[in-house]
Design a binder for this molecule. Structure first.
Ligand code: HEC
Length: 451
């Protein structure tokens, strides 16, 4: 947060806003990094956090129609999932592409954002509310990609999920994750869609031909804190669906990759399915299909809880996750969607991936495999913490809130931290969690070096 503009925007937004009582529009800050006025024409609508969360649980008429398309038998042949994935994609994009993900203007259905992602050095920028995510390594996207880059992203929740966000943040001064922790969880029908963008030189990545480009106020490179206005290219779209019919985890995670050759012109319909997963295949311990610098997509048929699109005309060579589990092109090739996301808890005591530590355990060994179990929705990864039910945005938002509240503005004149004094801030210390270091909720360990 070295940029003066970013800092001022964040401070103004935070001081004014958080005194208000309910979680109505304007309660939570929109973004942390305001682009300079000279960078956009007058009248440009900057990012507004969609935060008018439903206060009554949405009824059955809100259930997404694509729920009817869930295959009767879960199978690792992607063709049995194709129509389901197409419908989910439609659900995420309908009404949103027309308004450039200015989701409050969506005429088909309402979408909402997670609060408290404006905060800190990776917080939301002002054009589209994009948060800074992860570095892109040379050759990660294609063999012709020699430069490095970075990813920025924005996620949206449907009304069913947003109702729970509203419950957690009902008292903006004292959020309560018990709403997502067992016996509770995000309700059946929750859908989250997340669009990811890269600042990579698109001419070096064949599938980024005919790109969809957004203006963004990004750091000059991944390791810098200095911001500039750039164009970033749509590269991936993630989906997460809470479905109580899914055994083992209660969630389906899927992803789409951009391929501008599909229609030959820029557009969101160039997003092609990579695959879908509903479990981590806890017994599958091999490593032969791990593929960090892909020249082909390696599909591991031994995995029964991941289905990967085998159509190579449609899907460009991509690296997937650990031993072929699902992950997208800008994700970590040693992880998987569900593996990272099942660690979501408050306080965040778990690291998201076994490689995110100084001496990682042996690949495929018992300790490593702790990250490739199947954990039911609402059950915390670390006993004694509260689950944020596969939502890393929620655990990250809670961490941001308490960092601000307790470490930055909450110091009393006698030097005692506000959180030590205010009883109601009970969450700063996770009830009976073991004494352990609290982890940062961030997609890659490299972000640690930026502070
Ligand atoms: C290395 C860990 C990691 C992996 C692998 C990963 N994610 Fe995430 N994901 C995160 C973090 C951290 C966030 C929260 C911050 C943000 O929004 O970027 C997040 C956010 C999301 C969100 C927004 C809602 C939420 O749960 O926080 C969705 C949806 C999502 N990811 C889907 C996916 C899918 C689908 C995959 C696999 C294709 C995937 N993720 C792989 C770390 C990961």
């Amino acid at each position: 947060m070295n940029h003066p503009q970013g800092k001022i925007a964040a401070l103004l937004a935070m001081t004014g806003a958080l005194c208000m009582a309910g979680a109505n529009a304007g309660t939570f800050p929109d973004f942390g990094f305001a682009p300079p006025k000279t960078a956009y024409p007058g009248g440009t609508q900057l990012f507004r956090l969609s935060q008018d969360y439903p206060t009554v649980a949405p009824g059955s008429s809100s259930m997404p129609a694509f729920f009817k398309q869930l295959p009767a038998n879960f199978n690792n042949d992607f063709e049995t999932w194709r129509s389901y994935m197409n419908e989910v994609k439609k659900y995420c994009l309908e009404g949103n592409t027309e308004v450039n993900w200015n989701v409050q203007k969506n005429k088909v259905r309402q979408w909402y954002h997670m609060p408290w992602q404006h905060y800190g050095p990776y917080g939301r920028e002002g054009f589209h509310g994009l948060t800074k995510e992860a570095p892109i390594q040379p050759s990660q996207l294609a063999s012709t990609q020699t430069g490095s880059g970075q990813t920025y992203a924005v996620g949206i929740y449907n009304d069913i999920g947003a109702y729970t966000i509203g419950q957690v943040w009902k008292d903006p001064q004292n959020p309560d994750p018990s709403y997502t922790s067992s016996p509770k969880s995000f309700p059946n029908g929750t859908v989250v869609c997340k669009a990811l963008f890269a600042d990579i030189d698109v001419s070096t990545v064949p599938f980024l031909v005919n790109p969809v480009l957004w203006s963004a106020y990004t750091t000059t490179d991944f390791y810098s804190t200095k911001r500039q206005v750039t164009k970033v290219a749509l590269i991936q779209m993630d989906i997460a669906v809470r479905d109580t019919r899914v055994k083992d985890t209660g969630w389906l995670f899927g992803t789409f990759q951009y391929n501008g050759a599909v229609t030959g012109k820029p557009g969101w319909d160039n997003l092609v399915p990579v695959g879908i997963m509903w479990g981590n295949d806890p017994k599958e311990t091999g490593n032969n299909f791990t593929n960090p610098t892909p020249t082909e997509t390696k599909i591991n048929r031994a995995l029964k809880q991941t289905a990967i699109n085998a159509n190579t005309k449609e899907l460009p060579p991509t690296h997937l996750g650990w031993n072929g589990r699902l992950n997208g092109p800008v994700d970590n090739p040693q992880a998987s969607c569900l593996s990272c996301h099942m660690t979501a808890e408050y306080q965040q005591l778990a690291i998201m991936n076994p490689t995110f530590q100084a001496s990682p355990p042996p690949v495929g060994g018992d300790i490593w495999m702790k990250w490739f179990q199947n954990i039911p929705a609402g059950q915390p990864f670390t006993p004694g913490t509260q689950s944020t039910d596969y939502s890393l945005q929620l655990s990250g938002a809670l961490a941001n809130f308490y960092d601000w509240k307790c470490n930055h503005s909450g110091i009393y004149a006698d030097g005692i931290n506000a959180c030590a004094k205010i009883q109601t801030l009970k969450l700063m210390k996770a009830s009976n969690a073991p004494e352990q270091e609290v982890q940062k909720v961030q997609r890659s360990p490299e972000l640690e070096d930026l502070e």
